[in-house]
Write a protein that binds this ligand. Sequence first.
Ligand code: PAF
Length: 281
Amino acid sequence: MKVFNTTADMSSWSKTIRRERKKIGFVPTMGALHSGHLELVNRAIKDNDVVACSIFVNPIQFNNPEDLNKYPRTFKKDAEMLKALGCDVIFHPDTKEIYPEPETQKYDFGNLERVMEGRYRPGHFNGVAIVVKKLFDIVMPDRAYFGEKDFQQLAIIKALVRKEKMKVGIVSCPTVREFDGLAMSSRNMRLNTQQRENAPLIYQTLCKAKNMYPKHSVEVIKAEVERIINGNPHMKLEYFEISDTETLEPVKEPKPESPVVGCIAVYMDEVRLIDNMLFNL
Ligand code: PAF
């Protein structure tokens, strides 16, 4: 397995592979890999001739400096896991390599970026879109793999690919969960024992909300979610929305005929966790 730290080395490898008419699968990550990431890499290995994985903690997508500082960095362990799986390349640039100049680009994704994560993390999706565009330009993949846990990010990345007319197939992969239902996330590493014991309540609450839909009104379901989450001493609900899966527009009343997704963000003290569940599929 090769490790490239410069865009020049990464791109030159990709150009060689493309000249050989081989398909490149790409898994962009910020490291601190867990089984969810490894599923993406496995899927990419299955679908493509070669696989590249990037490990880059993207500073411009963090709206909270403390969250950026505390983001787990475990490169050595990540590299061992990727090698064992059969990943061909890791792209591991430093910040200056990706941002030689301060970034000024501003994307407009309309409503997609104004709700939920976009509302509570201003600038977050602009930072994600900028880095994903740069990574796609450097790695030149045929397909790129993203987890459905970041449901809104996935919608933004699909919109980015359309906007920029990039020839990259976006492959979405189901959320991978711990044995007790907690969605895998690099942030789970930051939970203490008590928080970790309580964290599956997020998944259980989504299951309950899914069961209530569409028999109960959106207002009643939202009130129940708030009651359960805020009733737990370790949790504070930031938002829960039931949204159209395409537009992410919050639905006001149950729409049994069109697919909706329940999306939730919860603070467990200073650790922020998100999750989602399709309600009528
Ligand atoms: O989902 C992530 O880990 C990040 O947002 C991504 C897509 C790697 C961009 O930094």
